[in-house]
Write a protein that binds this ligand. Structure first.
Ligand code: HEC
Length: 151
């Protein structure tokens, strides 16, 4: 192969590799490792909820929203979540301590309360209803105003 065509291929690979990074956000962990997080359109649409998710929920439900089978249920494509938005708001506000079946699998580990206010609960639920390709619609603060913080 001619040297010029090799150079051309090399340039193409560099350009392609560079542009693929446009699809990722990067973050730096405590150990100074750079991690790449796939960008989700919901991050821009629901910025407050995205922030709450990334601070409070990722440890269990994971950046992918897929959870950990058998321990932490998925939020991506979760039949349980998508069936009842109001119940989801109540769960993040007050926690959840009952066995539940999510996409055919039973989960029994309790979830501690996650947020301090109903407003934050609505923000994060609107994010998860629309992240990872979920098409769960949205819920307003007005629709859940009768939910009280009990824990
Ligand atoms: C300490 C781990 C942990 C954290 C942190 C956590 N969850 Fe959960 N989550 C769970 C567990 C465990 C369950 C199942 C609870 C049960 O069986 O009662 C659950 C259940 C759920 C459910 C209902 C089930 C489903 O998959 O649809 C939703 C919705 C949910 N969590 C949202 C959130 C959101 C939003 C946050 C962040 C604000 C969050 N969780 C933070 C562990 C966690």
């Amino acid at each position: 192969m001619k040297k010029s065509s090799l150079l051309f291929i090399l340039a193409a690979v560099i350009i392609l590799a560079g542009s693929s990074f446009d699809y990722f956000n990067s973050d730096i962990t405590d150990n100074n490792e750079v991690i790449l997080i796939p960008q989700d359109p919901a991050d821009a649409e629901y910025p407050e909820g995205a922030k709450i998710f990334k601070v409070k929920c990722v440890v269990c439900h994971q950046v992918t929203g897929e959870g950990l089978p058998g321990a932490f249920p998925p939020l991506k494509n979760s039949d349980y979540l998508l069936a009842d938005k109001k119940r989801a708001v109540a769960q993040v506000l007050n926690g959840s301590n009952e066995a539940m079946v999510v996409n055919g699998q039973t989960y029994t580990v309790p979830m501690p309360p996650q947020v301090e206010s109903l407003e934050e609960a609505v923000q994060v639920i609107n994010y998860v209803l629309n992240a990872w390709g979920n098409k769960g619609g949205t819920i307003t603060l007005d629709e859940v105003k009768d939910i009280k913080k009990v824990r």
